[in-house]
Design a protein. Structure first.
Length: 537
């Protein structure tokens, strides 16, 4: 009798001891669980005096501001994302094909960059209010941009693509036939939309809203620019203002409860949503006023969320000249690229081991470990920073303070690996799925060695996925602010940290060059997303 094929007949490149392939997934899960457990363990020594002070002064504001943000951003991304998705997926109007892709561009702009652009443009000393006062007088009323409405507007413009992309896919999967059937039964266009299209797309839309809410809870840069207190800013102030890591961990544990609720909502809705293959697109043609109204509406969103902000940055850069590209900028760029590259390599290695281990031993326990390891992307960088620092603080207590000081760079890289593991894993796992066990078996029957199979089959197929994973992690690390700000060792500032420092002082013009660089980097994954979407539809 022949040797049993591991894991439901799958061929093993390195046969034997298949259960050992669970170890990489176990490592990935522990990287997530240990910092979170330490965050919750901070309640073993409650900081009652700190919480009494917070309860009397800041806690009601933190809870109120967080609630207002969640309601405002959730409602905004729902209305904006669903309406744009319906127009571009189910209607035909001038410029629709171009706008279909342009509406994805705001994904390239971090929220903290759009926030400081909005303040630099619409604040009291900005050009818009100066023009307004010259036109209507110095006492003319103008909306206060430094308000909850201002923060919500910025976050909605940044996060609506999460809803837009998922809702657009859901509407395309439905096609026009379902709605036409409802129309033949006597339903009006609005009734068909609200009673048929929207309920069918509801799981996808709810998942997109949940993703936007998780990003809202995780945001630190935008709310800091607006001086809008939330739990992320409170964590930073407790750590660096009160120098109390335990209090910061306890605040992080409260924020985690909100995050877990959003994660539960997103997972539940994704299970309900089954993405299918779209049939040939048959759109409703809009004519006359409605056609140009749809074009104007979509164009206005693109202008407000991407074109005008980027133009404003270019204006600031041209005004300051190339003086911003000095030796310090180049050093920050070097730090940013080095951290991104090292973190990317770490993620790729771990993701390769986990993905191949999952291929060889894909039991229920192994799948659970992979799901836990992938949770890191949903966790706010501030929470990860607190949890990881508590781990390294424990190491420092047992191995001397020098270990803690030198370990902060490793702490930062560890936080990156936890947060962005799923980015690399998804890319590599999808490439690995292209290698069928039958291909490997055929190579073995022809006498190919393990090394030959690796070089002739695995490497050519996996290389694009590995490079994509490395690039995606590099870009995400470049844009990451809270984890970098909280964990960076002395002298290891990045472009994102420099933007935070400059915007904290109102130096909008000097922050423009690093902001443009991060947006240019952020366009890379957006372009990849556009190409993949074009292939599917």
């Amino acid at each position: 009798m022949g040797r049993r094929l591991p894991s439901k007949g799958r061929f093993a490149l390195f046969p034997g001891r298949e259960s050992l392939w669970q170890l990489p997934a176990l490592l990935g899960a522990l990287l997530v669980l240990v910092p979170l457990l330490l965050v919750f363990s901070s309640w073993s020594a409650p900081q009652w005096s700190v919480w009494q002070h917070l309860g009397e002064t800041r806690l009601p504001t933190l809870l109120g501001n967080t609630g207002v943000l969640l309601v405002g951003v959730g409602s905004g991304v729902f209305l904006l994302g669903v309406s744009l998705a319906w127009l571009t997926a189910m209607c035909e109007f001038p410029g629709r094909k171009l706008l279909d892709w342009l509406l994805m561009l705001p994904l390239a702009i971090p929220a903290y960059i759009l926030a400081f652009i909005a303040l630099g443009t619409l604040d009291y000393a900005g050009p818009v209010q100066r023009f307004w006062r010259n036109l209507f007088g110095h006492d003319a009323w103008f909306p206060d941009i430094r308000s909850s409405v201002g923060v919500i507007t910025v976050l909605v413009l940044v996060f609506y693509p999460y809803v837009y992309l998922l809702a657009r896919t859901a509407f395309l999967n439905q096609g026009r036939a379902t709605l036409d059937a409802a129309r033949t039964l006597g339903a009006t266009s609005w009734q068909a939309f609200f009673r048929v299209a929207l309920p069918v797309a509801r799981p996808a839309i709810a998942a997109g809203v949940a993703l936007a809410l998780m990003e809202t809870l995780a945001d630190f840069g935008a709310v800091s620019v607006f001086n809008y207190d939330t739990f992320t800013t409170a964590i930073y102030q407790a750590w660096f203002g009160l120098f109390n890591l335990v209090a910061a961990a306890q605040l992080a544990s409260v924020l985690l409860l909100f995050v877990f609720m959003a994660m539960f909502m997103e997972k539940k809705q994704r299970r309900m949503y089954q993405a299918g293959n779209a049939s040939r697109r048959t759109a409703y043609p809009l004519k006359g006023f409605w056609a140009w109204a749809a074009f104007t509406y979509c164009s206005l969103v693109v202008a407000l969320a991407f074109l005008l902000p980027v133009s404003r940055l270019f204006g600031w850069v041209l005004k300051s000249g190339w003086s911003a590209v000095d030796s310090r900028f180049l050093l920050l760029l070097e730090h940013t690229l080095v951290l991104g590259a090292v973190a990317g390599l770490g993620v790729v290695v771990l993701a390769l081991l986990v993905a191949y281990g999952q291929r060889q031993h894909s039991g229920r326990f192994s799948k659970m470990l992979v799901q836990i390891a992938g949770m890191g992307y949903a966790l706010p960088g501030s929470i990860l920073a607190v949890g990881v620092m508590m781990v390294f603080a424990w190491i420092g207590r047992h191995h001397g303070s020098h270990a803690l000081i030198t370990g902060t760079l490793w702490a930062m890289l560890t936080a990156y690996m936890i947060r962005f593991f799923v980015v690399g894993f998804c890319s590599i796992d999808s490439s690995l799925a292209l290698i069928r066990p039958s291909i490997e078996e055929a190579a073995r029957t022809l006498g190919a060695s393990h090394r030959r199979i690796l070089s002739a089959i695995y490497l050519p197929i996996l290389t694009p996925g590995i490079l994509t994973a490395l690039l995606m992690v590099l870009v995400d690390v470049m844009k990451e602010m809270p984890a970098t700000l909280l964990l960076r060792p002395f002298g290891w500032d990045t472009l994102a940290v420099r933007i935070y420092e400059l915007t904290s002082e109102g130096e909008w013009q000097r922050a423009a060059m690093p902001a443009l660089f991060l947006i240019a980097a952020g366009l890379i994954p957006v372009i990849l997303l556009m190409r993949r979407s074009a292939e599917n539809y």
